[in-house]
Design a binder for this molecule. Structure first.
Ligand SMILES: [Zn+2]
Length: 295
């Protein structure tokens, strides 16, 4: 209800003054810039800047070794851990953004990392030995972030059995009751034009052949260069359901969680208790894990 009212209020204002559209757009741009700056400050205050610069250097070295045009589109995968205590120490505003707007937080990380990687590639180009430094596309940058050590507190819990439907970053605490087989997510694929155009293209959201930007013919994939990641769905039965087994006439439904491989290091054991930090996502309708730990 709150959201609907807000949207209607904005629409009414735009009817009166169409220039508000422009204002809202420019305010959003300013806030995105501010959010990216917060991420950058945090990265520079912690070891994350080393991870980002290291990945940029590895990318340039790899490209210079092979000099193949398709390697200019090679993936740059960043594993970035944001520790709760570091966020409290260095960046309370960023912590608030991560907790209230995890998707905006993820966007800010991606764009900030893209800027830092590009800047570092340019810096490498200015130092001897002279290396070839390709221009990178944001589609080849994959920022896999986690938030570690978020303290367990009731106002952050997501638990429909307790009528806790928190939006934003939330915690699911419970027993592993089932898990699916491993499924595969394509992070990116690289394509070439077989008609002699010497064009390459990168795809992230689909595995369908793109059209060549020069001759419009369907392109062919470098199948060996496809970059994938595994994930699985798990079912978590909220801990409170198990602790109060005498409730009658009520079935407790497990919470469906999508678990990407990089978000956990521990073994998955049926019946064991886990704490998951993540957020509810509407497509697919499930809780998206950012971190899973035994608890
Ligand atoms: Zn072509």
């Amino acid at each position: 209800m709150f959201h609907l009212d807000t949207v209607n209020a904005v629409n009414r204002e735009t009817e009166v003054n169409p220039s508000n559209n422009v204002n809202i757009f420019s305010q959003r741009q300013q806030s995105q810039y501010h959010e990216q700056k917060l991420v950058e400050q945090f990265c520079r205050a912690t070891h994350l800047i080393k991870i980002i610069e290291g990945a940029a250097e590895a990318f340039v070295r790899n490209y210079n070794k092979s000099r193949r045009s398709e390697d200019a589109l090679a993936p740059i995968i960043l594993r970035l851990d944001f520790t709760y205590t570091d966020l409290v120490t260095h960046a309370r505003d960023l912590l608030e953004l991560a907790i209230e707007e995890p998707l905006q937080f993820a966007e800010a990380i991606k764009y900030c990392a893209y800027g830092l990687v590009r800047a570092h590639i340019k810096a490498v180009a200015n130092e001897p030995p002279a290396l070839k430094t390709p221009t990178i596309d944001i589609a080849q940058l994959h920022a896999q972030w986690r938030i570690l050590g978020l303290p367990v507190q009731r106002n952050l819990q997501f638990d429909p059995s307790q009528h806790l439907y928190r939006l934003g970053l939330a915690l699911v605490h419970g027993i592993l009751s089932a898990f699916s087989a491993t499924e595969t997510l394509v992070l990116q694929s690289i394509w070439y034009c077989g008609s002699g155009c010497m064009r390459n293209a990168i795809q992230t959201t689909s595995t369908d052949a793109p059209s060549c930007s020069n001759c419009s013919r369907p392109m062919t994939e470098y199948s060996k260069l496809r970059v994938t990641e595994n994930y699985r769905f798990i079912a978590i039965l909220p801990k409170a359901c198990v602790q109060t087994p005498r409730v009658l006439n009520q079935t407790f439904r497990p919470i469906l969680v999508r678990l990407r491989d990089f978000t956990y290091n521990c073994a998955l054991k049926l019946g064991a208790c886990y704490l998951i930090t993540g957020y509810f996502s509407s497509s697919p309708a499930c809780f998206e894990s950012c971190t899973l730990d035994e608890a």
